[in-house]
Ligand binder design. Sequence first.
Ligand code: NDP
Ligand code: 8X3
Length: 250
Amino acid sequence: MPVIFVTGATSGFGAATARRFATEGWKVIATGRRADRLDALKAEFPEGVIHTAQLDLTDRDSIVAAVAALPEDFKPVDCLFNNGGLALGTKAIPDVDLEDWDRMIDTNIKGLVHTTLELLPLLEAAGKGASIVNVGSVAWRWAYPGGNVYGGTKAFVHQFSQNLRTDLGGKDIRVTTLEPGMSKTEFTMVRTHGDAEANESFYDGVDPIRPDDIADIVWYLATLPPHLNISVLEVTPVQQVAGRPEIHRH
Ligand code: NDP
Ligand code: 8X3
């Protein structure tokens, strides 16, 4: 059975993708910080379908330890879903919190590159058809007030994915940056540090992307014919479009 390694499997895109692949007959390595959520996910499926590993993307040692402890029957790894991440803060520069900035960089950038490097030998062992799906965001391409470091981290994900694909040339490992727009997950609750009202008003009147939509897209990417690579895939709700550049008149 093929195996997928999912970061951020305790919520949103990652949880939906873990469930989708497990339902389709894949084995799933589900990771995240919240052990209770990982346990609950594992209990939804028959024994042997889901392996859980508690790890913190900001702590390289925990990533290394989780990969080193993978059971033999969860190797090699056919797909890496580099999804765990977050935005923190909605305010424009300079009204920002440096701790939020550091944590976004540590999670979205360092966590993603450390996970990628640890998983590469297992992906290579899977052979032709293996794939990496890195979660970027429209926030890298569409600047908006308050997007500052979050958008910057996703610009990194975009460019790192392109460079990774170049470096892996000839190894038959696919690399895709999946760049979603507005999606209703726990993302905005996290971004606003738990402001439920701001969370509700952000999605008011919009039919956003749902976690299951992303799971469908990851499934599509991972099961494409092995000779194909989709490099970048941007997806938004039909109601979300990029506007023209703002003009600040004096
Ligand atoms: P959620 O908040 O619902 O899920 C985020 C996941 O990331 C959780 O499972 C969380 O697990 C995990 N995570 C966060 N920090 C860490 C950490 N330090 N170590 C390990 N895991 C961590 O949000 P989404 O599902 O929306 O977010 C998933 C990805 O999608 C993110 O990279 C986000 O930037 C991106 N994205 C989201 C969009 C949206 O509008 N929702 C749009 C575009 C991109 P735990 O807390 O248990 O550790
Ligand atoms: C999240 C998408 O548009 O809220 O990455 O920045 S957006």
